[in-house]
Structure formats: structure tokens, C-alpha cells
Design a protein around this ligand. Structure first.
Ligand code: NAD
Length: 296
């Protein structure tokens, strides 16, 4: 299959490599020369703009930082919807607000082009290993077409509902994650301050009712969870600034339907403070340093 891939960064670069490994021809575009270089070395065909990539393609995949980049790539001066033939399929895997992808899908529909959302969970490790979870928003037929391609990059491809439903699932999951990480950080920091060995505390929590992904797989206390960012100086995980972005999306979406998300608002401020303190690139579990800066 001929696939256009726009956005070859930390996630997209690795996802595109898995498509190349599966034998597809991939036409790639990114604004970053480093990302382009890595893609070319892996066997990708470099394009000069999104339209140049899309005009060769049966399917377009986008993996971009935020909604403004996604809008630009689909609808801007060199936007792909202007050149993709009728019957084309576009899959946006960026994490953005549900309304933006619905708006873009409407434009696509008027040209007989299917646009769906398929944000991911699994991070850069999952992107490299081809084990991502995709949360897909679209109709049944488009889902089945998209699933064939996404299965080269992920192992769980979940149909969440109509366009936008994938983004809803993604931002609600990350709302829970952002809150649960702060809860675990508070519990671990309090325990340490009160004098319990953090390893003993984590052992109890992980076999008790406080257990969650943040306590078990990604405990914020160093050297509790094997392979957790906390055990390597909070490097190479899910950046605090990306968690801040996702909580902002949850707050924006909650505002649109007037739904209170009280803890979401509070932890968003905590991650915002971390970013202002210069820790935007560290894994979000480094939030524990605000509770016990000398120990964690
Ligand atoms: P990234 O910043 O590493 O990559 C984004 C790439 O898009 C960059 O290489 C950038 O140059 C390129 N880009 C920006 N504007 C462009 C344009 N107009 N045309 C072409 N390329 C353009 O980000 P990432 O970590 O790969 O994340 C991408 C998306 O995936 C984000 O929405 C993020 O929230 C989401 N996500 C990231 C992770 C993670 O662990 N990194 C996990 C799940 C979801």
C-alpha cells in the first residue's frame, strides 16, 4: 500500500518505521530535518510538503503535536484534503480536542474522503515495538479499513464510536492518569516522611486497594518499578508538558458540556507549575519532586 505519513517525531517516526518494515511504501513529511533524515535512512520516501506526500497515497496518517498543526496539514495552503482523491482515507493519531477532528471530517465527507481519529496510548516504547493501543472514532466500514493499517503499529485497535470518540476516550484516560499519578506521589511522599521504607509502602499499595498503573508500572519513587522513568532520572517517558496539554484538552471539553472536573483542574495547575519550574521535558511522574525535592 502507498501511505503518506505526516509528522515523523518521537511517535510518528517509529510508527512510520513499522509500516516500512511491513513492506508498505511510505511517503513522509516533517518540518524537522532530523526527523526527515531518520525517516529516509529507514527507507522512507521524503516529500516536500503534505500535498506532495498525499498525492501518492491510498491512506494518509498524521501524528502532529496539537490541533493547530492538524488543521494546517489537512486544510491549510498545502493541505491534504485538497489533493486526496475521492475514496481516500485519513487517520489522525495526534492527541487533540474532539471538535477539531469532527470539523475536519465534515470537510472530508463533502469530498467523499473518510477522516477518522485514532489517538494512541503506549508511548514511544509502544510506538517502537508496534504495540500501541489505538482508540478509533469513525463508522464501522472505515474502522475495518483503518484497522488493517493500524495493526502494523499497534496490538489493540479499539472502535470507540463515531468521529471524535477516540479523542474522548484518550483525554478521559489521561485525566484519570494525571490525577492518579499525583495521588500516588502524595501517598509515597507522606509515607517516606512518616518513616516507612518506600519499597515496603509500594509493596503494600500494589497488593491493596490503592494499586493503579501509577503505583505499579510507573511508580514515581525511584527504583520501585523496573523500567519506570523514575528509575532513570525521569528521562524518556511521557513529558510533563504533554500531560499538561492533555489535561488542558479535558478541561476545555468539560467546559463545553459544563461538566465539573475538580481534581483535573487542580492537578493541571500542579503540572503547569512544574513546567514553569523548568521541568517540562521530564516525565510527569517527576511531580513527586514537588513534595520531597531532596529525596525523590
Ligand atoms: P513530537 O513533537 O516528537 O513530533 C511531532 C512532529 O510533528 C515533529 O517532528 C514536528 O516537526 C512535526 N510537525 C509539526 N508541525 C508540522 C507540520 N505542519 N507539518 C509536518 N510536520 C509537522 O511529538 P510526539 O511525541 O511524536 O507526539 C505526537 C502526538 O502524539 C502528540 O499529539 C502527543 O500528545 C501524542 N502522544 C504522544 C505520546 C508520547 O509518549 N510522546 C504518547 C501518546 C500520544
Amino acid at each position: 500500500m502507498n501511505i503518506a505519513f505526516i509528522g515523523l517525531g518521537n511517535m510518528g517516526g517509529k510508527m512510520a518505521q513499522n509500516l516500512l518494515k511491513a513492506g508498505h511504501t511510505v511517503y513522509g513529511f516533517d518540518l524537522s530535518p532530523t526527523a526527515i533524515q531518520e525517516f529516509q535512512t529507514a527507507g522512507g520516501v521524503v516529500s516536500t510538503n503534505p500535498q506532495d506526500a498525499a498525492k501518492h497515497a491510498d491512506v494518509v496518517i498524521t501524528m502532529l503535536p496539537a490541533a493547530k498543526h492538524v488543521k494546517d496539514v489537512y486544510l491549510g495552503d498545502t493541505g491534504i484534503l485538497a489533493v486526496l482523491p475521492e475514496g481516500g482515507l485519513c487517520i489522525d493519531s495526534s492527541t487533540i480536542d474532539p471538535q477539531t477532528i469532527k470539523d475536519i471530517a465534515e470537510v472530508g465527507k463533502s469530498k467523499n474522503i473518510q477522516v477518522c481519529d485514532a489517538p494512541v496510548s503506549g508511548g514511544t516504547v509502544g510506538a517502537q515495538a508496534g504495540t500501541l493501543t489505538f482508540m478509533v472514532g469513525t463508522d464501522e466500514d472505515t474502522f475495518n479499513k483503518a484497522k488493517n493499517i493500524l495493526s502494523h503499529m499497534g496490538k489493540n485497535i479499539v472502535h470507540c464510536g463515531d468521529v471524535g470518540a477516540g479523542q474522548i476516550a484518550k483525554i478521559c484516560n489521561n485525566l484519570i492518569l494525571g490525577i492518579s499519578m499525583v495521588a500516588v506521589a502524595e501517598g509515597m511522599a507522606l509515607g517516606a516522611k512518616l518513616g516507612i521504607d518506600p519499597e515496603a509502602l509500594a509493596g503494600v499499595v500494589n497488593s491493596s486497594s490503592g494499586r493503579c498503573w501509577s503505583s505499579d508500572v510507573c511508580n514515581p519513587w525511584p527504583n520501585i518499578s523496573e523500567n519506570a522513568p523514575a528509575s532513570r532520572g525521569y528521562q524518556g517517558g511521557f513529558a510533563t508538558q504533554l500531560m499538561l496539554k492533555d489535561l488542558g484538552l479535558a478541561i476545555e471539553a468539560a467546559g463545553q458540556v459544563k461538566q465539573p472536573i475538580l481534581l483535573g483542574g487542580l492537578v493541571q495547575q500542579l503540572y503547569q507549575q512544574r513546567c514553569l519550574q523548568g521541568h517540562a521535558q521530564l516525565d510527569f511522574s517527576s511531580i513527586i519532586q514537588n513534595y520531597l525535592p531532596d529525596e525523590a
